[in-house]
Design a protein around this ligand. Structure first.
Ligand code: AMP
Ligand code: GLY
Length: 417
């Protein structure tokens, strides 16, 4: 079987690695990949931004299954284009991908499906937005895609005004209205479920660290590290989350004639009143994928293949490694506001083989691996418990060096105590 993985981040590298572990021994292709992915999967000459060209290249390469990693091509309709070319594809169609592409659409679906989430107001002007806030702090969200950076928790009016101005007047994330959302308090949890249009099969829950700085300070990023499993989430609570969050959304989208196939990722706040949805993503999380897939004992290829058929997941069960996993993200100078590139990455060869290093923003230049983006590499280690996994992940992370390298030192710290 020939499987094409679309994307170029740490998530896609982790997917390529997990597919390579499949007993079906698939031939792996990538578009476009990065320095790490391209060493393990055959690069296909196709720009994922050009959906027609991507579908054409997949057909020409005799691809049996496409796995689309990032949100941008999904929201643009990559799955629709591939299916129109009769290529089997894991991921939601464009209409279903709006769950991530538009936070307003997600709120509307949640309301229709009765899914618990924070209260919100829609603002089209800065004055509107400020009027919607009756007390601080408030959460201000750009409606469109923003690579995890379009959310500002505003502590006071000055911060709220700055965020509203950047989003509504400078149109930093496109020409969209803004959502002013009730601030929710609690621990966060990522519950990713593989969906076949009818049912949702949850992956092991993970906790992501979204802020750039230690102690959850500084701006939001795509994610600076993660751990799995999350001790307080037992099987009953996980089932309850899937029954109250994922399943009603699947039912709602099926009833609308746009069934959801792919990964439905619920970003949750575990509040004193119960879990509340912060956001939906319509794809594997990054870095959640890097921390979760190394624990998956079942065949990922079989799982994704089955999910592409309505009802294909009936009877499917997943097996997990009992060990814990911790992922630490190494980012480049300036992230998340900017990133630097072209710095040589040293020490990759010093990392012990049992630690998984996935490449995110890397490229090959003159025989060396260099930085090429905000999040550069991810280091994932397994251990008997979170503390052991954490120690091994940080020991390996400290072997990898590049100019301006930045990382959080407190990933999974509380869970390891
Ligand atoms: P989102 O992209 O909507 O998940 O937001 C990114 C991050 O912002 C979340 O992972 C939370 O850390 C934070 N956040 C989003 N919405 C809220 C909210 N209503 N209350 C508190 N924090 C939030
Ligand atoms: N880790 C957050 C995300 O994938 O959006």
């Amino acid at each position: 079987m020939r499987v094409l993985v679309v994307g170029s981040g740490g998530r896609e590298h982790a997917i390529v690695r997990a597919l390579a572990r499949s007993p079906q021994r698939p031939e792996l292709l990538c578009a476009p990949g990065n320095a790490g992915i391209r060493a393990e999967a055959e690069p296909l000459d196709a720009d994922p931004g050009d959906l027609g060209a991507l579908a054409g290249a997949a057909v020409d390469a005799g691809v049996d299954l496409v796995v689309v990693g990032p949100e941008a091509p999904l929201v643009a309709g990559a799955v629709d284009a591939l299916r129109a070319a009769s290529v089997r594809c894991f991921g939601p169609v464009r209409e279903a991908a709006r769950l991530e592409g538009s936070k307003l659409f997600a709120k509307e679906v949640m309301e229709a499906a009765g899914v618990p989430t924070g209260g919100h107001a829609v603002a089209r002007t800065v004055a509107d937005g400020l009027a919607a806030i009756d007390r601080y702090p408030a959460v201000i969200k750009a409606d469109g895609l923003a690579a995890g950076k379009g959310v500002v928790v505003a502590a006071d009016e000055a911060e709220a005004r700055a965020a509203l101005t950047a989003m509504l007047e400078e149109r930093r994330f496109g020409d969209h209205p803004v959502l002013v959302e009730e601030m929710l308090v609690g621990d966060e949890l990522s519950v990713l479920a593989v969906c076949d249009g009818e049912r949702a099969l949850p992956l092991a829950p993970a906790r992501d660290f979204k802020r750039i700085g230690d102690g959850d300070t500084g701006p939001n990023t795509g994610g600076m590290g993660a751990f799995s499993p999350v001790a307080e989430i037992g099987p009953d609570l996980l089932d309850e989350i899937v029954a109250t969050v994922h399943q009603p959304v699947l039912d709602e989208l099926r009833d609308r004639g746009t069934p959801f196939t792919g990964v439905l990722y619920a970003g949750l706040m575990l509040t004193a009143e119960g879990p509340r949805v912060l956001e939906f993503n319509v794809r594997f999380g990054d870095p959640e994928t890097q921390v979760v897939l190394p624990r998956l004992r079942s065949d990922l290829l079989d799982l994704l293949w089955r999910a592409t058929r309505p009802g294909g997941l009936a009877g499917a069960e997943l097996e997990w490694d009992e060990r814990a996993a911790v992922t630490v993200v190494l980012a480049s100078a300036g992230y998340p506001e900017s990133s630097s590139s072209g710095d040589v990455i040293r020490g990759l060869d010093r990392v012990p083989p049992e630690v998984e290093v996935t490449h995110a923003g890397t490229a090959e230049a003159g025989g060396e691996v260099v930085t090429a983006g905000g999040r550069v590499v991810n280091v994932t280690a397994l251990g008997a418990d979170v503390a052991a996994a954490r120690d091994a992940a940080y020991a390996a992370a400290d072997m990898i060096e590049f100019d301006g390298r930045r990382l959080r030192r407190d990933i999974a710290l509380r869970a390891a105590a």
